[in-house]
Design a protein around this ligand. Structure first.
Ligand SMILES: [Zn+2]
Ligand SMILES: [Zn+2]
Length: 335
């Protein structure tokens, strides 16, 4: 019998699906690309044709201009070459999908980035039983156990109300995290205007167009200091410590990221209020997901794979590391 999944070729620049002559999340321009979601380490510009969810195509349109795109909604599938290709929610950011590949009776799921906990800005992850589960392992160590999101948001609000003379400046990635933090704040009853850095404006507007209400947002640039006291301001992580933030009224520097679990990372960015809010599965979510999809093999694309390889071995699941390059390089994009 042929080796399971021998029609899938992991290459440094992405996953090549031979009988479809197409690539999943290629880091180089390719004639045919299947894209899991809009983060820059997965969605690049310059492909010939792109298959993705309508939301991901819209995000790519904002970033790279109009795509030669084929929109595939959740639960839909399309035949590309000899492969049946389907998209189901990954729960990572708006439009994020797992890609289901079926060929000659084998089913392979490429998860892209994913998480299992609720996120009001996107559809929840759907476990799909499969023969091979190709997973990320960004937080693939047992020390990574993300706390409840609501309690992190409560810490942020508590800090805001504790000192009305200051503002709280939250670093959050422009695609996904910023909108999630805003929506979680609204869900906790924070109805005040939220101020945003100009770099977040286009994606926030797109989220609203795609049906994710964010409440009243105002651009922070040029606003008098007095108006910003007692306010929440959201900016990309790169702006936390730059000239732009120096014009704010004595900001409490916060950052929303799974990496805020690591004290060193918080210190590097001078973060006073680390908020552990992640768009990636933590250790329990990774192992629970492998349990749920019950694959014969697990292939790990990127992240901290050693512990997860070991866990798979203990559970009699064949595991393999792919060492794809380019994912996660962009620190400022994806956490
Ligand atoms: Zn991502
Ligand atoms: Zn990623």
């Amino acid at each position: 019998m042929a080796r399971l999944g021998n029609w899938i070729e992991p290459c440094p620049e992405g996953i090549y699906v031979r009988p479809a002559d197409a690539w999943v999340d290629p880091s180089q321009p390719k004639p045919r690309a299947l894209v899991t979601h809009g983060h820059a380490d997965h969605a690049r510009g310059g492909h010939g044709e792109v298959w993705a969810t309508p939301e991901t195509l819209a995000i790519m349109g904002v970033r790279y201009g109009e795509q030669n795109g084929h929109a595939i909604g959740y639960g839909e599938s399309v035949r590309i070459g000899e492969v049946e290709v389907g998209f189901v929610p990954a729960g990572h950011v708006l439009g994020s999908a797992q890609i289901i590949l079926e060929y000659r009776g084998e089913k392979v799921v490429v998860s892209g980035d994913y998480k299992r906990r609720p996120d009001p800005t996107c559809a929840p992850f759907v476990p799909v039983p499969c023969d091979i589960f190709i997973t990320e392992a960004t937080f693939g160590l047992p020390v990574f156990r993300h706390p409840d999101t609501g309690s992190e948001i409560d810490r942020l609000l508590h800090r805001l109300h504790a000192d009305p003379e200051r503002c709280v400046l939250v670093g959050a990635y422009a695609l996904g995290k910023a909108q999630r933090v805003i929506t979680e704040l609204r869900g906790r009853g924070h109805d005040d205007p939220i101020y945003i850095h100009g770099a977040l404006e286009r994606l926030c507007r797109l989220y609203e167009e795609l049906g994710v209400p964010l409440g009243e947002l105002r651009l922070a640039t040029g606003v008098p200091k007095a108006e910003l006291k007692g306010r929440i301001i959201i900016c990309p992580p790169g702006a936390l410590n730059d000239r732009w933030s120096r014009r704010l009224p004595d900001p409490v520097t916060a950052m929303a990221s799974g990496w805020m679990r690591v004290r060193q990372r918080a210190r590097q960015r001078n973060v006073e209020l680390p908020l552990i809010i992640s768009d990636h599965a933590d250790w329990d979510e990774l192992t629970q997901t492998i349990h749920d999809v019950a694959p014969s093999e697990v292939w790990i694309t990127h992240g901290r794979e050693d512990a997860l390889m070991h866990w798979c071995m203990l559970h009699q699941i064949k595991a393999r590391e792919l060492n794809l390059v380019g994912y996660e390089d962009e620190e400022d994009e994806d956490d």
